[in-house]
Write a protein that binds this ligand. Sequence first.
Ligand code: CAO
Length: 555
Amino acid sequence: MANIEVTVPDLGVDEAVEVIEICVEVGQTIEKEEPVAVLESDKATMEIPSSEGGTVSEILISVGDKVSQGDKLLLLESEAGTKGGGSNASSETETKAKTENRAEDETSETEAQETSTAAEEGDKEVDVFVPDIGGAEQVEVIEISVSEGDEIETEQTVLVLESDKATMEIPSPNAGKIKQIKVKVGDQVAEGDLIAIMTARGSSAEDSSSPKDKDKDREATISETASTPLSGDDDPIRAAKRSEADAIDRSAHSGHAHAGPAVRKLARELGLDLSLVEGSGRKGRVLKDDVKAYVKNRLSGDGLSAGNSVAALQQVPLPDFSVFGDTNVEAMDKLQKMTALNMQRSWSTVPHVTQFDEADITDLESFRKSKKAEAEKLGVKLTPLPFILKACAHALEKYPQFNVSLDMAAQTLIQKKYIHIGIAVDTPAGLVVPVLRDVDKKTVWQLAEECQVLAAKARDRKLKPADMQGGCFTISSLGSIGGTAFTPIVNAPEVAILGVSRAEYQPKYNGSEFEPRLMLPLSLSYDHRAVNGVDGAKFTSHLASVLADIRELLF
Ligand code: CAO
């Protein structure tokens, strides 16, 4: 076992440079070339790679220290290394540090040089065209990555095109200023179409007279990004994977996150858009820990419950509505944000199927009416809802596959042995779902009273979080309002929801004649991962038969 000193290589700068990040901890085993520290001068940010692999035994610097070539950064214990190998190692790393210095230096001499060249040679107006995109015609513009007036660099993405098979970033052939954008999101474009006019800086300006010739050089860039774009590969899975890879590649380049190559690599591996991550380093630099914390937060679900995560949902591009008439913009309140998040999450993760049916509630309605006087005496409003609750509890007992939650991460099915049912309640503040517990064990009177109490609490905003937790199934009754059917969204992690529409008299043939029957429309949406179609149909027909003859509840 030998102790190796990892030292600062030649940084190509005269002055001492500040340590802005230490990327390793004592006891950590690292590979050769793994970044150990990040240094920052006023011109560049440099990751210093380790000259050897080994276990970090001591860190000799702190964030904020100023270091120069040859200064010791840390000690490594290595079985392979030799004592004093640091100096050799540091010379090995010199080239790399210099290279990264150059690559990372986004604000330094290059820019200054470009500016002076531009000043010397004069700016030139050039057209930016769609380059060769593999012969594809009419490809949709899905994103415009620059705005008029933006200063951009050569190869910076100007816009993103998407065909049904690939996503392609179109890079700028020049550095300079975007003068005019000639396309908008949703436009269909083909090779040679004019995308933008820009004022190219000095020598970077290419001749705009021949778009096809001019774009030859850029074909390679696009082919790399979109990997065999539109090449006639009709395999939808391969195409989808390619698109996914392209999207990941695009996301890793998107935004203007301030981060080093190792952090960018990590973000790319995780398919993470770095511009979404808030950097805790100096000048907002994104550190590895920021990336890990962001991913952990998103996976734990906290990220989704945070108010500002509504913005992270996929957003349809919005026009400026004020162009069409007067508008008023109001912030969404917490309930609206939570409802939007929950709906979006359920709609995009649960494969929904909706089964429609109708229940003949003519006899139930007569019975309910016969109980009205008694209900009034008890101070309870007896609507069809408590009967529907009772029928659902009965169906959940008979078809327990509707009383489960799926844990896809653990690949398990959680079977619930209790029957708690939520009812969607419309309030002036929005939709809430209080939960009635042990519905199977309660009488219709108890359920009627509880519905009334919970609905009143909901409207008065007096529900506590516990009142809205623990549901196994939800009923959304729009019966008092109208409609013939609808497709409710499953209240995940439950796997089914019953939508109830307005009961109407319909002529039904009884074998010898038509007679008026009061028919209650039922719309059962379920998670097709947990419930199959046959069971969906069995569940609604069981509900229909119980509601047609509530004596069925006895069995
Ligand atoms: N068909 C015909 N009439 C119906 C009916 C139906 N399916 N359901 C209820 N009614 C009648 C009731 O019987 C009552 O009439 P009577 O006073 O003559 O008996 C009247 O409509 C009003 O009922 P209600 O709305 O006061 O009571 P309810 O038990 O049916 O519903 C509640 C309670 C809280 C569920 C309801 O008020 C509510 O908020 N519904 C909206 C749910 C919602 O927003 N769903 C959408 C979720 S997804 O976006």
